[in-house]
Design a protein around this ligand. Structure first.
Ligand code: SF4
Length: 347
């Protein structure tokens, strides 16, 4: 493996597992190459090579793989996520992702490492999920198992901070593991509250603080380019943002237990559980469902959320993003929604 470069696309579940992967590679003494942040050029590159009807997050992913290929990496780390809950799979796009990439980019120079991820929970640190990676990197089973264990522990510390109210945004952009480790330790030892817990968001705002649950897949909620930086726009409007990553697995499980049958796709289930939790929370003024054009699972989830929002008498809005989404569309929609919530609070 000496002198070989491994690339990680900054797309899809990167926004869920990046601390795990950064720690894993650091323990293996490998510095991965991470693709650049999403940009117009990067997205256009992905769009050109994609089927037009595919959802925008997959187009984004194709753009990121192309970006890594331009950086002349030898391998692209692209696990095939099959399941992270017993008897439930992920959206079919995840199941077929490595094949879709190979098909869309036949002249890809880098070799795709596509271990199948089959886990009973979000903990994907079992060796069986990384066998192929270990072989390619010429890492022994013992060494890989030890690195996986440390990566899982590190990821759990990060998740505990999310459950306390930190946003994934608070950690993104930190690609050096040493910096991320310091940041996590700093937050663990800090007596300061994360933004979602603070009583006053911005002392300069004279308007009342509004609490919004922003429900969407991590790659839609935290890719600032694709969602036109919605989190910061909301914060500037005096909104406290709550996301599904802040809801613990226990709470999600409890909400899912109330369904006669969970949905077929795991992250859709997680979003459902988080949304139900926020619907019941009196502190939350409104819920925004951030969804991508062409998302099959969300067409079902969106309908359910709309009905449940009415049942809970919670203000609800769907924001659909695609490769053409403009900043003015996002600003106009969220401004109108926040104004409505403020009026409601004043009544
Ligand atoms: S869940 Fe929706 S947005 Fe995500 S990959 Fe599947 S179809 Fe695309």
């Amino acid at each position: 493996m000496k002198n070989k470069k491994i690339g990680i696309p900054r797309a899809l579940l990167f926004y869920y597992y990046f601390p795990f992967w950064l720690k894993l590679f650091s323990e293996l003494k490998i510095e991965p190459v991470i693709s650049d942040s999403t940009s117009r050029d990067l997205l256009d590159g992905g769009v050109k090579k994609s089927l037009s009807e595919i959802c925008v997050p997959i187009k984004v992913m194709i753009g990121h793989v192309l970006n890594l290929d331009q950086k002349e990496v030898d391998y692209i780390f692209l696990p095939r996520f099959r399941t992270i809950r017993e008897d439930i799979v992920l959206c079919p796009k995840f199941l077929g992702l490595p094949d879709m990439i190979r098909h869309s980019l036949p002249s890809l120079e880098a070799e795709v490492i596509a271990d199948v991820i089959e886990a009973k929970s979000d903990d994907i640190s079992q060796f069986s999920n990384h066998k192929n990676l270990a072989e390619k990197l010429e890492i022994s089973k013992t060494e890989m198992q030890s690195a996986l264990k440390k990566a899982a522990e590190f990821w759990q510390r990060y998740r505990n901070l999310l459950y306390q109210g930190y946003l994934v945004d608070d950690f993104l952009g930190v690609e050096k593991i040493e910096v991320l480790e310091k940041l996590i330790s700093k937050f663990e030892n800090s007596s300061k509250l994360p933004q979602s817990q603070k009583e006053e968001l911005n002392s300069s705002t004279t308007e009342e603080v509004v609490d919004i649950a922003l429900i969407g897949y991590v790659y839609n909620v935290y890719d600032q380019y694709i969602n036109m930086d919605i989190i910061n726009k909301l914060k500037e409007m005096g909104v406290r943002v709550h996301t599904f990553s802040m809801v613990s697995e226990d709470i999600i499980e409890k909400e899912l237990a109330e369904l006669r049958k969970p949905m077929f796709w795991e992250f859709t289930n997680k979003l459902y559980g988080a949304a139900e939790h926020y619907f019941k929370n009196q502190k939350i003024d409104g819920v925004i469902h951030l969804t991508a054009f062409g998302c099959g699972p969300d067409s079902m989830l969106g309908q359910i959320l709309e009905i449940d929002a009415k049942d809970y008498d919670k203000a609800f809005m769907t924001l659909r993003i695609d490769e053409q989404t403009g900043e003015s569309y996002i600003i106009t929609r969220i401004e109108a929604f926040i104004d409505l919530l403020r009026l409601k609070k004043e009544q």
